[in-house]
Design a protein around this ligand. Sequence first.
Ligand code: SF4
Length: 328
Amino acid sequence: MTDVTTADTSSDAIATSMKKVVIADHHGFCMGVKRAINIAEETKTRGVENVTILKEIVHNHAVVEKFRKEGIDQKFEVKDIEKGTVIVSAHGVSPHIIRSAKEQGLDVIDATCPLVTRIHDIIDKLDSRDYTILHFGDEHHDETMGVLGHAKDGMMTVIPSLEALMALPDEQPEKLALTTQTTAEASEFDEAEKKAIERWPHIKVFNTICNATNQRQSAIMKLAPEVDMILVVGSTTSANSVRLASMAEALCGKAYLIDSEADIQSEWFNNSPSPIENIGISAGASTPEFLVDGVVERLVEMSGGGAEVVRPVKAKKVNTLALQDDCS
Ligand code: SF4
């Protein structure tokens, strides 16, 4: 599904069976990503010198590259930043990292998404009341690492799957809570919540999946029965894009995660046992709209210009002009 190999944009890649390209009702940039990008843009516009983004401002290769080209440095560790201003990404970081940055004399600009900060606040409260916390999420994701830093050592366990939850010992403390990564798959978390309550009826559950994630996942579920193939535009570093692509594959049977139109392969059309007539398009919360536009344009071109493009009825136009100018 996510096996994206070398692009084939040759002229024989025409997919004449294609009739429709349907764009998911909810796709692309979410509030937290737009906010983080705006904060980084404003910092640059104010003429602040020696600006470094800690980790990836958002998990999208085009966005990361845009800031790099503009001279905004990127580092993965605070200790590697010598001076100036550090911008914390939308995924947030552990409080000890912000403390270290300040102790090192750096100015800190926090672009953490407010919905991630909400989880930090919930964990802070639970931790101050000595709760043991089970956090449903990807243990290697930046957001999870930041969240982990809000609990005392040994008080939080990251649960990457339903199987991991079921493998936990029956014996659990009276003060027990369940939280989740903002981009977890809603149906998986519902199942985890159900099992956790069955096993530990006293557990306090906090469903911290964000609205943008819920909307994008629901839109994929609505789109899947209408199309023969789904392309999700997003980077492999983006947890929510990867999840959308895996949901799309499970629901539709044929789905690919692509960074841009350059990743579209002619064999997806030419080697398909049944004609690919309708194609669905979605995009992760960190994907700029110009990348979606590029994919749609390429598909229409491959159809020989005849494919109809069905756009979301109530889609708000995302302002990505600055990104488009600099990344395309
Ligand atoms: S996906 Fe949700 S939590 Fe993450 S940055 Fe976007 S709005 Fe915030």
